[in-house]
Design a protein around this ligand. Structure first.
Ligand SMILES: [Zn+2]
Length: 341
């Protein structure tokens, strides 16, 4: 299905052959041999962050959702219903173990604006208690059911240490939206914005890979929702009030990518890691682009073929790979994470 990494020696030879072919073509076209016109570009950075949110869980299909998110290298915010947490504590724990942030979405999804202040207080604190009991962390984000709120509800949430978060884009997945409609909704997300989706909907899970491809093509990355601003920001390793372990690995390092060589049909990416000599870097590739050649690292792929995990293999702190554009000349790989070990 997807190109698997080849042994390093063969890889280098193939890459070298490819370079020679391009050189030969340049010469044949009457050029000077140096016209491999490298077009340096600062590739692979996250130019902004968006918040992917999944409401109403945990459900019977939370584990399926978490698998899809993990396969696509995504961390998201789950607005859980207290009663569901109480009935499925292990699924709530699994959310946090998978690197998700967990927020409060009321006890049983009632229309809260018709409640008294005391009822609101009781509803939200019971929910936060259930989440804390199941996951060990207390939510710092609250989303009112149906997005219905008023000043009393906001101040009750605030008094319980939670920031109210609504959304900028409604995926309409709750309303029977198709996969392509969900993907199209997500394509409207801008830096800092948040999209409403739900746990327990097949079309939503099926849309994740395409949503990530779209975000990657715009250099947007999935982030956490800041409890102080309510906007999507870079994950801090313990966001949303949940001091979770970041996905795979321990401490963090910095991976910097450049694209030193760009040809008409492919380009090379060089990634330098600082802050660790033993590292794991996760890189997202935007389909239909595919990596054809790799060097100076141990490369593996997830089942989607779009997420590449690179581990140090004793060849130093700079690894590289060649990506075939396959018709998409603008997308560049994204560094999703850098972890030690
Ligand atoms: Zn809801």
């Amino acid at each position: 299905m997807f190109d698997k990494p080849r042994p390093p020696t063969a890889s280098r030879r193939l890459n070298h052959t490819a370079r020679l072919a391009v050189l030969a073509a340049a010469v044949a076209m009457g050029g000077v041999a140096v016209t491999v016109t490298p077009t340096p570009s600062s590739a692979a950075a996250c130019n902004g962050y968006v918040g992917l949110t999944f409401d109403d869980g945990p459900t019977g299909s939370t584990s399926a959702l978490l698998n899809v998110l993990r396969n696509n290298g995504v961390r998201a915010t789950m607005f859980n219903v207290g009663q569901n947490v109480q009935n499925n504590r292990s699924a709530a724990q699994a959310q946090v173990s998978a690197g998700m942030w967990v927020g409060n979405h009321s006890w049983n999804h009632a229309h809260m604006t018709s409640m008294s202040q005391a009822q609101m207080q009781s509803d939200l604190s019971q929910t936060s208690n259930a989440i804390q009991s199941a996951t060990g962390t207390r939510p710092q984000l609250f989303r009112p059911p149906y997005g219905e709120t008023n000043s009393t509800l906001q101040s009750v949430a605030s008094s319980l240490g939670m920031r109210q978060v609504i959304w900028d884009v409604d995926s309409q997945d709750w309303n029977g939206a198709s996969v392509s409609q969900i993907v199209s909704a997500a394509s409207r997300l801008q830096n800092g914005q948040i999209i409403l989706m739900h746990d327990g909907i097949q079309n939503t899970r099926d849309a994740i890979a395409q949503i990530m491809a779209n975000l990657s093509s715009r250099n947007l990355c999935p982030g956490m929702i800041s409890p102080s601003t309510g906007r999507a920001v870079a994950p801090d390793g313990g966001g949303g009030g949940n001091p979770t372990t970041p996905p795979p690995g321990g401490g963090s390092c910095t991976a910097t990518a450049t694209t030193p060589n760009v040809w008409s049909d492919r380009y090379n990416t060089s990634v330098t890691v600082s802050g660790a000599s033993n590292w794991t870097v996760v890189v997202g590739i935007t389909p239909p682009q595919k990596v054809s050649t790799t060097w100076n690292g141990s490369f593996s792929w997830d089942s989607s073929g779009n997420l590449m995990t690179v581990r140090s293999n004793g060849s130093g702190n700079t690894f590289g790979f060649t990506t075939m554009m396959n018709g998409n000349s603008s997308a560049r790989p994204q560094i999703r994470s850098c972890a030690t070990g």
